[in-house]
Design a binder for this molecule. Structure first.
Ligand code: FAD
Length: 560
């Protein structure tokens, strides 16, 4: 590989030997056979599968060795990387370009020079939960899962755990403790699990937790841990054999801050598009480093493995003089919970509202593949669109099969700057067992296109009450059987197949039509608007309305 003449140097020190750090180290070696690479890792293990840790607790990943993707010896043999485990970098001296190191095995302290330094130190959990008397573990390291595993082994059947924090890691902890037969209480500060989801999209998550008899405590925090019990802010106390602390993580920026490096407004280490910090010889990547948000271009935090790996590689490229500016972060994420797959990209509706950013919303409930082929599963899909430019601002999908594939198509479309209505024109692979001739992504594009052209007008589930107070008539165009099985209070039932003949029965004034998921409602709205009526379709139909109203009340949509 050709080294650029202004490349910063021949000795690269990396702090942190997991996702971002090890991506940087191996990329460096592939680019430059001569460069000296030293990696310091505080823990006993490098390059372990932190994303797999919950599944080892649950027994899905059976062999502990499977979590350990590489060893210091293996990395030395294949990549000639000097990996020093149980070694903590305690400070950085930017002027002399050295780091101070504590070897925790021997107690020796020494300093190590660098030409370039990469900080890949990850995230930290913050302050401990108050009190003691129940073992408390985070779920971040191999030591954590060893300890959790040992606790489960010695606790008789029917162990009780309190998981604190209903984010990605909290939900994975819940699912895997359930697999081990543990009775779980999930304590979540906010009004729904997975707070980036909008309320109506979180409804299936709550249902899945309830179905599996998880004791879900929303709008609740832990006030104190004491002898075998966890006291909660709702006044209750829960008996517990263990507590898993899965509260949100924040960038571990202490080392950088102490060295005088610039910290961004989010609390992450500030970096430029080449992962360079305020010191041109020091780079930062992964959870510790700030990102640029793809939707508004502002500083943001996204603590995901894909970005840590990508930016580790980017830092190595920059050091070797072949760097290219990083793309902004979309925040694409997926998590499994029992039979559900929950995925998201970009911004949520509540975030857009909080920022005062105009947006248009599309809810659909497509099938994962052709419904005539066995095994199709329904997913709830939500698309957020800029009404002026038709830019895709975000998406959320909750369902079973096929969710992961669709979120990746939408993330790719966002990265490519595709307009929402152009999703209709994507040629996506189709055979009945994999998709539909009109793929869920195409269908969302059709709705988006109809909104652009004015072919359809829609109203959201949380706008319904106000519209009806203003005098609109709500017409349920589903069959009589569907209406009888569950309906929005006060809705008039006029099945779609009778609508053409009976439209004259509808009184003057605005009409809101709805069906189960929005599709028949669209046909009804088209029919009535061609008859000269003022009509809007309830977006996502009864399914979205029931999900939204079951979860939280509409005013909470305005909270970020
Ligand atoms: P890390 O991979 O956390 O590595 C940082 C390392 O730096 C640590 O090993 C730490 O010991 C070391 N270190 C810190 N300070 C020092 C120091 N001073 N001296 C020496 N060493 C130091 N992301 C996804 O995208 N998908 C998932 O499914 C997913 N699941 C996850 C499940 C769990 C349980 C966890 C904990 C995380 C998960 N993540 C997931 C997040 C993902 O693992 C992180 O975004 C990613 O690992 C961040 O990489 P990083 O290099 O910044 O930090």
């Amino acid at each position: 590989m050709q080294k650029a003449p202004d490349a910063p140097g021949r000795r690269v020190v990396i702090v942190g030997g997991v996702a971002g750090g090890m991506s940087a180290a191996t990329r460096l070696r592939r680019l430059d056979e001569e460069v000296e690479i030293v990696v310091f890792e505080r823990g006993e293990y490098v390059s372990f599968a932190n994303c797999g840790l919950p599944y080892y607790v649950g027994g899905v990943i059976r062999e502990r060795e499977d979590l350990l993707l590489q060893t210091a010896e293996g990395l030395a043999a294949r990549f000639r990387i000097d990996v020093r485990t149980s070694s903590v970098v305690t400070s950085i001296d930017c002027s002399s370009r050295t780091v101070s190191v504590l070897d925790e095995t021997t107690g020796r302290r020494y300093s190590e020079p660098f030409d370039s330094l990469i900080l890949a130190v990850g995230a930290t959990s913050g302050a401990s939960l108050p009190g003691e008397g129940v073992p408390v573990r985070t779920l971040r390291t191999v030591d954590d899962v060893d300890a959790i595993d040992a606790l489960l082994d010695i606790t008789p059947t029917g162990a009780r755990a309190v998981v604190v924090g209903g984010g990605f890691i909290g939900l994975e902890a819940v699912e895997n403790l359930f697999r081990r037969g543990v009775n779980v209480t999930l304590v979540q500060r906010g009004d729904r699990p997975l707070s980036p989801l909008d309320p109506e999209m979180a409804a299936p998550v709550i249902e899945a937790l309830e179905l599996h008899e998880v004791d879900l405590r929303l709008n609740t925090t832990v006030t104190r841990i004491c002898a075998g019990r966890v006291e909660l802010s709702d006044g209750d106390a829960v008996e517990a054999d263990m507590v898993i602390d899965a509260r949100g993580v924040r960038p571990d920026a202490a080392l950088a801050m102490d060295a005088g490096l610039a910290i961004g407004p989010t609390g992450g280490i500030a970096v430029d598009a080449f992962q360079r910090t305020s010191d041109p010889f020091i780079y930062a990547v992964g959870d510790a480093a700030e990102k640029v948000d793809a939707v508004d271009g502002a500083a943001s935090l996204v603590t995901m493995a894909g970005l840590a790996n990508r930016h580790g590689r980017a830092a190595a490229d920059a050091i070797c003089g072949i760097g290219r500016p990083s793309r902004p972060a979309l925040g694409t994420a997926v998590v499994g919970l029992f039979d559900l797959t929950i995925a998201m990209v970009g911004w949520s509706e509540h975030r857009l509202r909080a920022a005062g950013r105009p947006h248009r919303v599309v809810h659909t409930h497509p099938a994962s593949h052709a419904t005539y082929y066995p095994g199709a599963e329904t997913m709830a899909m939500k698309l957020l669109i800029d009404p002026a430019s038709d830019e895709i601002l975000g998406a959320q999908i909750v369902g079973g099969a096929g969710v992961d594939k669709r979120i990746d198509v939408l993330a790719t479309a966002m990265a490519a700057g595709l307009e929402a209505s152009a999703l209709a024109e994507l040629e996506l692979a189709y055979a009945p067992q994999y998709g539909s001739a009109k793929d869920p992504v195409n269908l969302a594009g059709y709705v988006a296109g109809n909104l652009v052209s004015g072919t359809t007008r829609s109203i959201q589930w949380h706008e319904l009450e106000d519209a009806r107070t203003a005098g609109a008539l709500l017409v349920d165009v589903r069959s009589r059987g569907e209406h009888a099985a569950g309906s929005i209070p006060g809705a008039v039932n006029l099945p779609l197949d009778e609508l053409r003949a009976r439209a004259h029965e509808l009184p003057e004034g605005r009409i809101i039509v709805h069906c189960q998921v929005g599709q028949r409602g669209h046909t009804a709205a088209r029919l009535l608007s061609q008859l000269g009526r003022d009509v809007v379709n309830l977006d996502g139909g009864y399914a979205t309305w029931i999900a939204g109203t079951r979860t939280v009340r509409a005013p909470q949509m305005s909270a970020a």
